[in-house]
Write a protein that binds this ligand. Structure first.
Ligand SMILES: *[C@@H]1O[C@H](CO)[C@@H](O)[C@H](O)[C@H]1NC(C)=O
Length: 458
């Protein structure tokens, strides 16, 4: 009896394990083997997309190391994966064990290169071609040589695209600019360029020119490959998203200045020097506080119209979105040696601050959202009258003025037109802030009981 029982148990066990084995085999065939892995050939024997991506990046990095390209990984998709929290990172590593970051599934990967440390030469290009890469070099004018005196025609490499098996590596050339930042050019295709060379619309860089602070880099290992990345990835991604750069319109400015030559008296020269140091100081203070600002009113007009400062304007105007207001702005300026001259309005309505540095006034206008519009307020101290200056909505771009990387409204022409009307291109020396602007509106009165609070003059 016990003997019989043992045989039955054994038989049942054998059947069970056979069924389990068959199940495993079935599972493997239907699920596991279909998952594309970096080192597994697909069923048709071709390389999978991940394979191509991984092999191409590996080949490119080997080549760049051989030629000592001072480049770093600037791809927003990969950097986003690298910056995600450990749990999600672990999740990805389980799914794509060999290529958990570089295999983004996107058709291109971006690297950036400090062009001042490396010259694009033909030996690198022919080595890349020997490795099977197809190349597309995008050149453009060197903005560093453009000024009011010389409109440069010299071209420099802006982007290099390397393609292998349909996968594209984008190398963005970063150039140092006088405002102590890095600049990259737009990616403009010539009529003769093959529009199918790369998925141009999907590239991270090149829709327009960009400005970035010089990132601190660290050497790291990503999916087994040595590569440099920005140390503060989230900071870099944030900067990259808002990097849109506008070049000053040198040609138009030169035409303007031929019609209306700049004042070169010692007073005007002195005023421009003071504006420059005040703007640099303002940028230092507000950047330290993390408060974005832009050139407004006459200072914006000076940049847009003549790539400089309107010498008879007597003040510096900047704008700040009220959502970025911080109560320590006043003390920060005071600590930097600027005296508060007046404070009008309140955070909820028409806030405006004025500081004095030497004999140049800095006006800070706070901008409020209202439907499709943005507006800032004005206050007449002696009467308590309120004014409102209305602008079409705008976003912010970087530019350079007086060797400073600074923001302006991207839709600069609309902004200037709103403020100065269609004749913005004609100098006006007698300007009344209550009536001259095209976009000024009467906005009632501050209640006399609140004047003491809302109209502070020092
Ligand atoms: C990285 O950048 C972010 C965003 O700018 C900032 O908030 C954070 O403090 C930075 N981290 C380090 C360690 O510097």
């Amino acid at each position: 009896m016990p003997r019989l029982k043992r045989t039955v148990v054994l038989t049942v066990l054998v059947i069970c394990s056979s069924v389990f084995l068959l199940f495993q085999l079935y599972y493997y065939r239907t699920y596991v083997s279909k998952q594309p892995g970096p080192h597994i050939l697909s069923q048709t024997g071709h390389l999978t997309a991940n394979d191509v991506q991984w092999q191409t990046v590996k080949k490119f990095l080997a080549l760049s190391q051989r030629f000592r390209l001072p480049l770093f990984l600037a791809d927003t998709a990969v950097l986003t994966l690298l910056s995600q929290d450990a749990l999600r990172r672990h999740d990805r590593m389980v799914r794509e064990p060999h290529c958990s970051f570089l295999c983004t599934g996107r058709p291109a990967m971006s690297f950036a290169l400090n062009a001042n440390l490396w010259k694009l030469d033909s030996t690198f290009l022919s080595a890349a071609e020997q490795k099977g890469f197809e190349l597309l070099e995008i050149r453009g004018q060197d903005p560093r040589l453009a000024s009011l005196d010389t409109l440069s025609g010299e071209e420099i490499p802006l982007h290099l695209l390397l393609r292998l098996h349909g996968y594209v590596i984008q190398v963005v050339f970063l150039y140092e600019r006088t405002g102590n930042y890095l600049w990259h050019g737009p990616l403009r295709l010539r009529a003769s360029t093959d529009r199918n060379f790369a998925p141009f619309r999907m590239l991270d860089y090149g829709r327009h020119a960009g400005a970035l602070d010089r990132p601190e880099l660290v050497l790291t290992v990503v999916d087994g490959l040595d590569v440099r990345i920005p140390r503060n990835i989230s900071h870099f991604i944030l900067e990259q998203r808002h990097a849109h750069f506008l070049e000053c319109r040198h040609r138009e400015a030169r035409n303007f200045l031929q019609l209306y030559p700049d004042d070169s008296s010692p007073e005007a020269v002195d005023f421009r020097r003071k504006v420059k140091s005040l703007l640099h100081l303002t940028a230092r203070i507000l950047t330290h506080l993390g408060v974005p600002f832009w050139l407004s009113s006459g200072t914006c007009l000076g940049w847009f119209r003549q790539c400089g400062v309107i010498s008879y304007s007597r003040d510096v105007d900047v704008g700040i979105f009220i959502v970025d207001y911080r109560s320590d702005i006043i003390s920060a300026f005071r600590d930097a040696g600027l005296a508060l001259k007046h404070k009008f309005g309140k955070v909820e309505d028409s806030l405006e601050l004025s500081f004095l540095s030497e004999d140049v006034k800095l006006d800070i206008f706070f901008f409020y959202e209202e439907g499709d519009l943005l507006w800032n307020g004005g206050t007449q101290a002696k009467s308590g009258r309120k004014f409102k200056y209305v602008f079409p909505r705008f976003s912010l771009c970087w530019t350079e003025l007086l060797e400073l990387k600074v923001r302006v409204p991207c839709e600069t022409l609309d902004y200037v037109r709103a403020n100065y009307g269609e004749t913005w291109n004609v100098p006006v020396r007698s300007w009344d802030w209550k009536s001259s602007p095209s976009n000024v509106q009467e906005n009632g009165m501050w209640p006399p009981a609140e004047w003491e609070q809302l109209i502070q003059v020092y």
